[in-house]
Structures are given as structure tokens and as C-alpha cells.
Write a protein that binds this ligand. Structure first.
Ligand SMILES: *Cc1c(COP(=O)(O)O)cnc(C)c1O
Length: 394
């Protein structure tokens, strides 16, 4: 039983460091109202930024997709699991974000972990923001390229690393909106560096797609880079399980880039095609996003309200203009205790600990959605302010 004892000891260490994660089962669909263990809560946990995941119109589109296309795809995309509705979705996504072509993936994790090994290999160099999402980190390790991690959003440090590299192929890789910090990458400066050093720029816009930019076209469009003469250097990833409210992801770019990815991306080739019913639902989601200005405005006004009403001294509300509003606490156990005290007050906010964030920067990750209302947000802000004054998680 030595093998099991090792795992038990490992779990005990997670408990000692307040790092054991527990799942909470919600008895209701994704929405600000949740029920966990019979308790009614207001949830600030989801990435459902436009409130589409539980939207009846989208659920109806999914049901319609299932009745038209059945439940499953039956095979991988390159064998026989690719359907007309997948093509239609890819064309709609590409034109929405302003690129030639897009490729639809089952998940963002698979998109990121697959495209980096397809674009770079042994001897090439990947330059990655230190706070990039785990799926990008895993993709770059799988690629076997030489990895240079630059300090968060530090374009001067990145420039020195690029200048010092003689690698034949260079990729700059970044989140567009950082998932645990909520800040937006300096995309225009990163593209300028990519041009100067003849590099690719891979941008993961998981949290900007649907939310930022005109019609929610994302962070690249917001920065005006979709029409940049060197936009072909950008390989844009968007995920479809967050603001889009369904599941999956896409990679958009120059037609030659996408064709290369179809040939070389193992997480695309060696997996069963995503159910075509999801593609049908995503076409409806895309129309809701495009027409979603009222939802985006509501979200912006909730963000402003949360920031106005949260007044902290020891903890810190990080600077963020996005739906991700992190409250930095520092210590793992204190972050867990504060999340517990909020939970007791009927407010469900996740405590985020290492390894998701760097050691010593445990935090609450408040995420706001267009489905919240003003009273939810003010209640959370005031409860946080009161808990801090009362001496933390108590
Ligand atoms: C959520 C997320 C992903 C993964 O997307 P999934 O579709 O959930 O697998 C990738 N990148 C970032 C920045 C994310 O936040």
C-alpha cells in the first residue's frame, strides 16, 4: 500500500497548506442565483460575463441543434466528424473577429495546448508572459521550444529577450485579459515587437471575446489591431464557454496559418469532433453577442459600482477595468477564511491560491456578469469592506 500512502501524505500536505480544493455542487443552472447544500447564494464565480449560459434563447438553440444534428459527431474532424454547421460557425467566427479563417476546438485548453507545439518546435523560441494561463504554459512545454518567460506585461524585458535570441522562429505568447488579475495585455506594443523581431504573436482572448471591443469582437479589435497591416502575425484564440455561454474555442488567423493548424495540431486531429449541436447553439450565441451592447453596458456599470463601493485598507482591489475584479489577500489560509465568511453571508466568491497564482498572492476572484444586479454588487462590496474592518475571515 506504499503507493496509496504516498498519495494520502500528499493530500495531508495540501490540507496543511490550505491548498486542498473542494468542489461545490450547484443545484441550479449557471446564474447569479445558486443553491449549494440547500443554501441560497449569490454567486460571483462564473465567467458567464454576458449572462448567456442560462439564457432561454440559447438553451432553445441548443435543443434545436440537438434535434437537427443529434447528440454526437461520431468521429474526429479529419475522418467524418466534421459537419456543415461546423463550417458555418467557423466562417461566422472568422468574419466576426476580422480574420480570413477560424478553426473550432472542443475546449480552450485543447486549442492552446495544441497550437503552440504546431507553431514551434525544438530550436525555436517562445516568449511568454509570466502570468499566462496554464493551458498556454502546457502548450509551450509540449512544443519543446526554448522558453523565455518575461515579467508580467514588461515589454522592455521582452524586447531584451527577443534581441538576445538567435532562434530561427520566435513566438510571443500572451493572455489578452489575464485570468486571475483582470488587466489587459499591451497588445499594440507586443505586435510592434513581433514586427520588429519578425515573430508570431499568439493572443489568448478567453476573457475579452464577447466583452471588449466593438460588438464584443475582443481585445485585439478593441486595440484596433485587427486591421493592422501586420495582423497576419496574430494568431487569435477565443474561448466559447465564457462570455459565449456554451463550450469550445476557436483559433482565428491568416488562412495559411489555419490550414497549417488543421494539418499539425494534435489536440484537433486526435479527438472526437465537438457535437455539431454545440456549433448550432454557438451561431445563436454569436448573434446575441453581436447585438449585446445593452449587456456589455450593464456589465461596465456594475464594474464601476463594485469599484466605488469597495473600500479596502489591508487587502487590495487590483486595478482592473474588466469583469474580473480580484481582491488580493496574500495568505492562503486568510483568503480561504474570507471566502468562507462571505459564503456564510450568502455570497459565493472563489479563493484562488497557488499554483493558480504566485505564492503569497492568494486572492478572491470576484467576477461580475450582466446577469447580476446593482444590489448584488453593492452587497458584496459592502460585506467585503465590513469583513476587512472586522479583522479578516474571523
Ligand atoms: C478558461 C481559459 C482557457 C481554457 O478555456 P476552456 O475552454 O475553459 O478550456 C484558456 N485560456 C484562458 C486565459 C482561460 O481563462
Amino acid at each position: 500500500m506504499r503507493l496509496l500512502d504516498e498519495l494520502r501524505a500528499g493530500l495531508g500536505r495540501l490540507d496543511d497548506e490550505a491548498l486542498r480544493r473542494r468542489r461545490r455542487s450547484n443545484a441550479l443552472p449557471c446564474a447569479p442565483r445558486a443553491t449549494v447544500d440547500g443554501r441560497e447564494l449569490t454567486a460571483f464565480c462564473s465567467n458567464d460575463y454576458l449572462g448567456l449560459a442560462g439564457d432561454p434563447a440559447l438553451a432553445a438553440a441548443l435543443a434545436e441543434g440537438a434535434s437537427r444534428w443529434g447528440a454526437g459527431s461520431g468521429a474526429s474532424h479529419l475522418v467524418s466528424g466534421h459537419y456543415a454547421v461546423h463550417d458555418e460557425l467557423e466562417r461566422a467566427l472568422a468574419s466576426f473577429v476580422g480574420y480570413d479563417r477560424a478553426l473550432y476546438f472542443s475546449t480552450g485548453y485543447m486549442a492552446n495546448s495544441g497550437i503552440l507545439p504546431a507553431l514551434a518546435g525544438r530550436g525555436d523560441a517562445i516568449f511568454a508572459d509570466r502570468l499566462n494561463h496554464a493551458s498556454l504554459v502546457d502548450g509551450m512545454l509540449l512544443s519543446r521550444a526554448t522558453v523565455h518567460r518575461y515579467p508580467h506585461a514588461d515589454v522592455a524585458a521582452l524586447e531584451r529577450m527577443l534581441a538576445g535570441s538567435a532562434a530561427p522562429r520566435k513566438l510571443i505568447v500572451t493572455d489578452a485579459v489575464f485570468s486571475m488579475d483582470g488587466d489587459v495585455a499591451p497588445l499594440a506594443e507586443l505586435l510592434a515587437l513581433a514586427v520588429r523581431h519578425d515573430a508570431w504573436l499568439v493572443v489568448d482572448d478567453a476573457h475579452g471575446f464577447g466583452v471588449l471591443g466593438p460588438q464584443g469582437r475582443g481585445a485585439v479589435a478593441e486595440a484596433g489591431l485587427d486591421t493592422h497591416p501586420e495582423a497576419w502575425r496574430i494568431v487569435l484564440v477565443g474561448t466559447l464557454g465564457k462570455a459565449a455561454g456554451v463550450a469550445g474555442a476557436f483559433v482565428a488567423g491568416h488562412a495559411d496559418v489555419i490550414e497549417w493548424l488543421v494539418q499539425k495540431t494534435r489536440t484537433y486531429i486526435f479527438t472526437t469532433g465537438a457535437p455539431p449541436a454545440l456549433a448550432h447553439a454557438l451561431l445563436a450565441s454569436l448573434r446575441l453577442i453581436e447585438a449585446g451592447e445593452a449587456r456589455r453596458q450593464r456589465l461596465q456599470s456594475l464594474i464601476a459600482s463594485f469599484r466605488t463601493h469597495t473600500r479596502l485598507q489591508r487587502w487590495r482591489l487590483l486595478p482592473s477595468r474588466t469583469a474580473i475584479q480580484p481582491v488580493l489577500i496574500g495568505d492562503n489560509a486568510e483568503a480561504v477564511a474570507v471566502a468562507g465568511a462571505l459564503f456564510d453571508a450568502g455570497l459565493w466568491v472563489p479563493a484562488i491560491r497557488p499554483p493558480t497564482v504566485p505564492a503569497g498572492t492568494a486572492r478572491l476572484r470576484v467576477s461580475l456578469t450582466a446577469a447580476h444586479d446593482e444590489t448584488d454588487v453593492v452587497r458584496l462590496a459592502e460585506t467585503l469592506t465590513r469583513l476587512e474592518r472586522a479583522g479578516g475571515g474571523g
